[in-house]
Design a binder for this molecule. Structure first.
Ligand SMILES: [Fe+2]
Length: 403
């Protein structure tokens, strides 16, 4: 009998990428896009974006364009299962027929979950979590496809959620951050407008921008990165590395803002081209589940330790990333060029006023939590795609090193 399990990833699947409208003023098309999708009454899903005027602006355009609206603005960072269920309840009570998600990943992913719940008889959102075991290929087959449309209007330059095929949510009972997916889950259209994105506060620009960089890095070094993802991720790395500082400290910098918009979406597309993410996202998700720390920030805080852990397996890829960032590696060996990547990221973190490590001091994570984190991570997609194969003890040591 021939062993057919020679390769860990014999088949790499890409995910569908929605239509994208990117450009200055793109948000003004939101009513037309809703009507094209057949929407008559939209549930605007958001964290509120208080002080920006964005929700009033979107609501005004929709109502003026003949689309009725209800607003659900109770979404918080690392969206909680009960917040999502409350959003679904309002969606049904108000007889909405579509979602307009306005915000970053939390709002966009909540919109996706409301559609998944609606397509599957109102079940609790945690029933649609996907894991390595039981195999997600099997659980996905039992889910009905999303049928109602979602227009995702992006206000951060980080998550790429507007173009991905899953949602990251907090299962509060299990104290875990899990991925939810279902057929036809992506947005109907992603609207990315630098006019809105530039209204982020400085720290959110830095943190979500680093999340975009984390996608561009992790998807590039993952085991399942193939030629589809290669080019788009290298370019995303370059754009973010060269523009995140400027954008963080001057969100009115037109060019930096525009490039961050391109790059953050490119990171999401790279993941969707089959590349996935790795140990930084995998462990970062679970630290957020326990401490509610910001997703982009925790990725930034543990990035150096995560890739030091992976380094022996990804020397050539790290060297390629160093060159993509525009660093002259002439005369360096691949090992030296890879080491140079760590120096550059360390400096970037310092410039963004982000402290690597010290997760206990910064977020209150405790040593007793580490076992839970690693056990949840072991059943997450990110552990499968990470360049170094999963090892419980090594993951505990990694977490201790950033505690
Ligand atoms: Fe992320």
């Amino acid at each position: 009998m021939i062993n057919k399990q020679i390769f860990e990833f014999p088949i790499i699947y890409t995910n569908p990428i929605p239509r994208i409208a990117l450009g200055w003023g793109a948000h003004e098309t939101v009513a037309d896009e809703c009507k094209s999708a057949g929407m008559k009454k939209a549930l605007i899903v958001t964290s509120g974006l208080k002080g920006t005027g964005i929700i009033d602006e979107i609501k005004g355009i929709l109502n003026h364009g003949g689309v009725a609206t209800e607003i659900y603005d109770k979404i918080t960072s690392n969206p909680k299962d009960h917040e999502i269920m409350a959003g679904y309840k309002l969606f049904k009570e108000c007889q909405c027929d579509g979602v307009v998600a306005v915000g970053g990943g939390s709002s966009i992913d909540t919109g996706k979950c409301i559609r998944v719940i609606d397509a599957n008889g109102g079940q609790d959102v945690t029933n649609f979590s996907v894991f390595l075991d039981p195999p997600f290929e099997e659980t996905l087959k039992k889910m009905k496809p999303c049928t109602i449309p979602q227009i995702s209007v992006v206000t951060t330059s980080g998550t790429g959620a507007e173009v991905t095929s899953w949602a990251a949510i907090s299962n509060t009972k299990a104290r875990a951050k899990v991925l939810v997916s279902a057929p036809n889950i992506p947005s109907t259209i992603a609207i990315i407008d630098p006019l809105l994105v530039r209204l982020q506060p400085r720290h959110i620009a830095a943190w979500t921008g680093f999340d975009a960089l984390a996608h561009a890095i992790e998807a590039f070094v993952t085991k399942v990165q193939g030629p589809y993802a290669y080019g788009i991720l290298l370019r995303a790395n370059e754009l973010i590395y060269k523009n995140l500082r400027e954008f963080t400290y001057n969100r009115m910098d037109k060019d930096a803002c525009e490039r961050m918009c391109w790059a953050s979406t490119m990171g999401g597309i790279g993941i969707g081209f089959g590349a996935g993410a790795g140990i930084v996202h995998g462990l970062g998700h679970q630290i957020s589940a326990l401490t509610d720390c910001h997703h982009g920030l925790i990725n930034a805080v543990i990035m150096l330790a995560g890739e030091r852990y992976n380094q022996p397996a990804i020397i050539e890829k790290l060297a390629a990333l160093t060159r993509a960032m525009g660093i002259d590696t002439t005369g360096m060996t691949e090992w030296e060029a890879a080491d140079c990547w760590f120096d550059e990221i360390e400096q970037l973190l310092e410039d963004l006023e982000i402290t690597p490590g010290q997760v206990n001091q910064q977020f209150g994570l405790e040593e007793k939590d580490l076992d839970h984190i690693v056990k949840v991570y072991s059943n997450d997609f990110c552990s499968q795609g990470n360049p170094k194969e999963f090892n419980y003890d090594e993951c505990i040591d990694l977490l201790k090193s950033v505690l």
